[in-house]
Design a protein around this ligand. Structure first.
Ligand code: SAM
Length: 262
């Protein structure tokens, strides 16, 4: 079968990489795994030996590879993951932990992850193959140029760890970019912030990457921003990428609290 570039089809062919990914995922028969984009089933074959499995694949031409993997514990749903309500599909399953796994189509990596978050599924762990550059951005820490609003947005829900890099030669067809495996683990130490305010603040703070924090936050009460920067001995020309999650939380709570009180 000819791979469809427009569907991000780069099939994993390196058995060592497939084994290595599978070994990271500690799911049991009491858990449920959802796989996004099973393709020809490279990972599916491994995942179905661990737990009940539901796969979402957009391309019905792949049925010739996937049909033989279906059984009473492995279900393949031919749908666009971005238009699915996974909640309905899993409501009859009893499971202890929910895992989501996928060698994602790179053209919609962030929309897929945001869609999963918005479905509010109570996901325990996710393992995704993504473009290496995206892996660095998602798992960045403050002080690095890769740290941005998407890093903080995802970090609000999950601890994110880059597990290992995957060479482009592990795929057929060979993609233009290098890849990496990311592990997302549900956070149980949720930030003490108003979520909507916090997300609005991080979006605004990183709006223009080259500008200082204060320039990006001109619409906010800059006296409050100054107070917090001084409290942490930070220069007032600091940029958003140099600020930790804890300081953003403090800024969010103080800025919106003050607004509320006039
Ligand atoms: N898991 C396979 C592997 O590792 O060899 C295939 C990975 S390939 C990078 C991405 C897969 O996602 C393809 O099978 C593609 O058809 C599927 N896909 C692309 N867009 C999708 C969407 N919106 N919803 C569900 N599957 C999608």
């Amino acid at each position: 079968m000819r791979a469809k570039k427009n569907l991000g089809q780069n099939f994993l062919i390196d058995q060592n990489v497939i084994n290595k990914i599978s070994e990271c995922i500690n799911a049991t028969e009491n858990d449920l795994i959802i796989e996004i984009g099973p393709g020809m089933g490279a990972l599916t074959k491994k995942l179905k030996t661990k737990s009940p499995l539901i796969c979402y694949e957009i391309d019905t031409d792949l049925k010739i590879y996937l049909n033989s993997l279906e059984d009473d514990k492995t279900k393949i749903i031919y749908e666009d993951i971005l238009n699915t309500n996974i909640k309905d599909d899993i409501k009859d399953f009893k499971y202890e932990h929910l895992f989501i796994v996928g060698n994602l189509p790179y053209y919609i990596t962030t929309p897929i992850i945001k869609h999963l978050i918005n479905l509010d599924l109570d996901i325990d762990e996710m393992y995704f193959m993504v473009q290496d550059e995206v892996a660095n951005r998602y798992s960045a820490t403050y002080g690095s140029s890769e740290y941005g609003s998407i890093t903080l947005y995802l970090k609000y829900f999950f601890n994110i760890e880059k597990l290992f890099k995957v060479s482009k030669n592990s795929f057929n067809p060979v993609p233009k970019v290098e890849s990496a495996i990311l592990k997302f683990t549900k956070r149980d130490d949720q930030l003490n912030v108003n979520k909507d305010h916090y997300f609005r603040l991080i979006n605004d703070a990183f709006k223009m990457k080259r500008k200082t924090l204060k320039n990006n936050l001109k619409e906010y009460d800059l006296k409050v921003v100054d107070e917090i920067l001084q409290r942490h001995y930070l220069n007032d020309t600091i940029r958003a990428e140099e600020l930790s999650e804890a300081i953003f939380a403090e800024l969010s709570n103080s800025l919106f609290e003050r607004n509320k009180n006039g």
